[in-house]
Write a protein that binds this ligand. Structure first.
Ligand SMILES: [Zn+2]
Length: 115
């Protein structure tokens, strides 16, 4: 089952696509534009079960695309956490917030705090 992204999820996803830094290699503007065009079709799948983070699977609904292909990871920082966006085969697949310390962070932070 999937559901629509919440406002904070959608804003964090867009910020990550626009400003996330690839952990390896180069991501071009054309890639980022392509992923941004997918955003309206992206829904939230399962949420991480750990209870201390808001990480979600991303499901690109009702839109044909490539299956498989290389994985790209975009990384950004927020206060107390790292944000990671996984893109598999040209489709955003997972939006992760990884707390750096023991603090529970259960919502994605405002996009303007993502750097
Ligand atoms: Zn978690």
């Amino acid at each position: 089952m999937s559901r629509a992204l919440t406002e904070p999820e959608s804003a964090a996803l867009v910020a990550m696509i626009e400003r996330g830094v690839p952990d390896d290699g180069v991501v071009g503007d054309a890639d980022r534009r392509e992923w941004l065009e997918l955003v309206p079709w992206i829904r939230a799948g399962d949420r991480c079960g750990c209870g201390t983070c808001p990480s979600i699977e991303l499901v690109v609904d009702e839109r044909p695309g490539t299956a498989g292909g290389p994985r790209i990871v975009l990384v950004a920082g927020v206060a107390g956490a790292l944000l990671l966006l996984f893109v598999d085969g040209g489709r955003p697949s997972y939006l992760e917030l990884a707390p750096v310390g023991d603090e529970r962070i259960t919502e994605f932070p405002p996009a303007d705090e993502i750097r």
